[in-house]
Design a binder for this molecule. Structure first.
Ligand SMILES: [Zn+2]
Length: 75
C-alpha cells in the first residue's frame, strides 16, 4: 500500500512514508522554504506597533490645547 500526498509547497506528488524525512514536503528545499516563510511572519509584528505610535502625538496635542485655554479662563 502506497500513500501519495501532494507537497504543500509545490504540489508535487510525494510519498508519505518514514523513508521520506521531509514529509509532508517532497524535498528538503520545499521544507526550508516553508520554514523561511514562517520566520518572515514573526518579523512582521513590530511593524504594526510602530504604526500605532503615529497616532499618539495627535491626541496629546489636542489635549494640551484644552488645558491651556482652561487655565487662562480661570485666572
Ligand atoms: Zn515540493
Amino acid at each position: 500500500m502506497k500513500k501519495q500526498i501532494s507537497c504543500p509547497k509545490c504540489g508535487k506528488k510525494t510519498h508519505f512514508t518514514p523513508k521520506n524525512p521531509y514529509r509532508p514536503f517532497c524535498s528538503e528545499r520545499c521544507q526550508l522554504i516553508d520554514l523561511g516563510a514562517w520566520v518572515e511572519e514573526e518579523y512582521r509584528i513590530p511593524t504594526e506597533n510602530s504604526a500605532n505610535l503615529d497616532e499618539i502625538p495627535t491626541n496629546e496635542e489636542s489635549d494640551e490645547d484644552l488645558h491651556s485655554s482652561e487655565s487662562t479662563f480661570l485666572h
